[in-house]
Design a binder for this molecule. Structure first.
Ligand SMILES: *Cc1c(COP(=O)(O)O)cnc(C)c1O
Length: 378
């Protein structure tokens, strides 16, 4: 193959152009227009959450959740170090301290057995990150949160269409955050959503998202003028972006099936290499349904990974590594701390390489990639 196989291609479906055109023709391109409502309702219906509010990013959805959870200076928030910076940033902005706990090597998710030991009087929240759209062990996490009176904010940036024991990711904790960045399964360029489990938290969320005003109530005709009632910011995306996204949500199952077929093909083709002890493949625990957000392999160590990525690149295939653990980054050292031993976070992160995965990647491209991986190991 001469053509470069990209690591990611942003999802696009034809209908998007028609929907964007409609927004322009209706002269309604600001936030909370018709397409934002359609996206919110689609997510509410699909996931069963009490309320979904589209946001400008998952980072902003997490910031909104941190404000709603009343996170303040000195509070501690338990999370993995193997995650994107936004997971920590949203709480650091509130003056809180991210307390990093080691991950499980099988799923790369927060090790639920290590969380309780990290809880102190200052702990306010737990932020499980569902890596690769594969759920954290939520029953255990919710039990710890209940017993210690902690808020749970799910970083489900990669988790739309995935579930844990039949529950959609993002709906189990008090709040759930989705991302619609161009690297995610469904995209609006930049965007996200906040899922709110309990009705009692909805009104305040709407207020903070709308610059601290009760404008949402006003638009629903529940009050006759709107005013400034609380602190807030502007977390609502343009309806143009929502229109782009909505066309994908309409065919969400088709996109999901396509991705899963590619994922399964990778798995099937690479399984013999795993069986031969050459590399490791992702693990999907019982009770977890995933969304094929990512296909990764684990090489022996960082040296082998560097050679692996270079080999694929020499054959026009873009494979990439992922997070540098936050506790090893300058800001992570300044703002956070690692509780307990880093047994797996660094070691496993150095072995992981992600393979091309996007809507409209073809089976024959996956086969070609797998051929080259087999070649690398022979
Ligand atoms: C993509 C991602 C984010 C950030 O999403 P944005 O929409 O770009 O703000 C946060 N956490 C995780 C785990 C992600 O994968």
């Amino acid at each position: 193959m001469n053509k470069m196989i990209n690591f990611n291609v942003p999802p696009y479906v034809e209908k998007s152009m028609q929907y964007i055109r409609e927004c322009i023709d209706m002269q309604k391109i600001c936030g909370d227009g018709a397409y934002t409502k359609k996206c919110n309702e689609w997510i509410e219906e699909r996931t069963g959450t009490a309320k979904c509010l589209l946001t400008t990013s998952c980072t902003h959805a997490t910031e909104l959740a941190a404000l709603l959870a009343d996170i303040g200076p000195g509070d501690e928030v338990i999370m993995p170090a193997y995650t994107f910076v936004s997971t920590a940033d949203a709480f650091v902005l509130r003056g809180a301290v991210p307390v990093f706990v080691d991950i499980r090597p099988d799923t790369m998710n927060l090790d639920e057995k290590l969380i309780e030991d990290a809880v102190t009087e200052k702990t306010k929240a737990i932020v499980p990150v569902h890596y690769a759209g594969v759920a954290c062990e939520m029953d255990t996490i919710m039990d710890i949160a209940d017993r210690h009176g902690l808020v749970v904010i799910e970083d489900a940036a990669q988790g739309i269409m995935s579930s844990y024991k039949g529950k959609a990711l993002g709906t189990i904790g008090d709040y759930g955050c989705y991302s619609f960045h161009e690297t995610k399964n469904y995209s609006m360029g930049e965007g996200g959503a906040l899922l709110i489990r309990d009705q009692k938290n909805v009104e305040n969320a709407e207020i903070i998202r709308e610059k601290g005003t009760n404008r949402s109530k006003f638009f629903r005709g529940q009050i006759d003028k709107y005013t400034w009632v609380n602190f807030g910011s502007s977390y609502l995306p343009s309806d143009l972006n929502a229109a782009y996204l909505y066309a994908q949500l309409e065919i969400a199952d088709e996109i999901n099936q396509d991705r899963l077929a590619l994922w399964n093909r990778y798995y099937e083709r690479l399984k013999p290499l795993e069986d031969a002890g050459k590399l490791e493949l992702p693990v999907i625990p019982d009770g977890c349904v995933h969304n094929a957000h990512m296909f990764y392999v684990k090489t022996k160590d960082i040296q082998e990974r560097t050679a692996f990525i270079a080999y694929l690149k020499s054959h026009n295939i873009l494979s990439v590594f992922h997070y540098i653990p936050l506790h090893t980054a300058p800001a992570g050292k300044r703002f956070g701390r690692f509780h307990g031993e880093d047994r797996y976070t660094t070691r496993e992160s150095e072995r992981l390489a992600r393979l091309p995965m996007y809507y409209r990647l073809t089976q024959s491209e996956v086969d070609y990639i797998c051929d080259k991986i087999v070649e690398f190991y022979s």
